[in-house]
Design a protein around this ligand. Structure first.
Ligand SMILES: Nc1ncnc2c1ncn2[C@@H]1O[C@H](COP(=O)(O)OP(=O)(O)O)[C@@H](O)[C@H]1O
Ligand SMILES: O=C(O)C1=C[C@@H](OP(=O)(O)O)[C@@H](O)[C@H](O)C1
Ligand SMILES: [Mg+2]
Length: 182
């Protein structure tokens, strides 16, 4: 079994694999998957167009509402929710995540470099994408670490392998938690 009756939420910096590994994990567990960025795009248009037309502040408001609604819908069930890299900066979101099993996908610059170089649609990486990524990561890393119940090192392995590794880690986490609560 996996941690009972709580949504599993994937956090971490841009391009670490939150969307891809979240999708893979949900498939393996046979539970619903939500990518909050996909929901935002479906409702409001591309992320680039939201940033360009309404600004980052508006994007963050939309994002906080979208995350809150996704967690609320998933409350008391096991499902997988992948957030955008900056969603955890919102204090309301941080409080909501206290009721979830939060998985921080941990990586380094070398892991994401080629993905960032192909970047499209991430307005915060415009210009020198790798330098922008590193600056954002440096300020957000302590937040990811503080919110995490579980940390998955994603520096090595395919999406499928990492999905499997995360499934195993979640089962171990659930068993350990159950022992403590006995
Ligand atoms: N472990 C991995 N191995 C190879 N490609 C990966 C891996 N994890 C993610 N990717 C690829 O990197 C890109 C960014 O991944 P994505 O899941 O969108 O990241 P995030 O949601 O964290 O920004 C996608 O093209 C994805 O398929
Ligand atoms: O880190 C961020 O501030 C952002 C990350 C993106 O999601 P991914 O982390 O899935 O790329 C997306 O929400 C938006 O471009 C802003
Ligand atoms: Mg994503």
């Amino acid at each position: 079994m996996v941690p009972g009756n709580r949504p599993i939420v994937l956090i971490g910096p841009m391009a670490v694999g939150k969307s891809a590994i979240g999708h893979e994990l949900a498939k393996r567990l046979g539970v619903p998957f939500v990518d909050t960025d996909v929901q935002i795009v479906d409702a409001h248009g591309s992320i680039a167009s939201i940033f360009a037309g309404r600004g980052e502040h508006s994007f963050r408001e939309i994002e906080a509402r979208t995350v809150a609604a996704a967690v609320e819908r998933a409350a008391d069930t096991v499902s997988v929710i992948s957030l955008g890299g900056g969603a955890v900066l919102d204090s309301g979101t941080q409080q909501i995540l206290a009721g979830c099993t939060v998985v921080y996908l941990e990586c380094d610059e070398a892991t994401v470099a080629s993905r960032i170089a192909r970047n499209s649609g991430r307005p915060l990486l415009a210009g020198d994408a790798m330098a922008r990524w590193a600056t954002l990561f440096a300020t957000r890393k302590p937040v990811y670490e503080r919110l995490a119940d579980l940390v998955l090192d994603v520096r090595h392995g395919s999406i499928s392998e990492l999905g499997h590794r995360l499934e195993v880690a979640l089962r171990e986490y659930a068993n350990a938690k159950q022992e403590v609560e006995k």
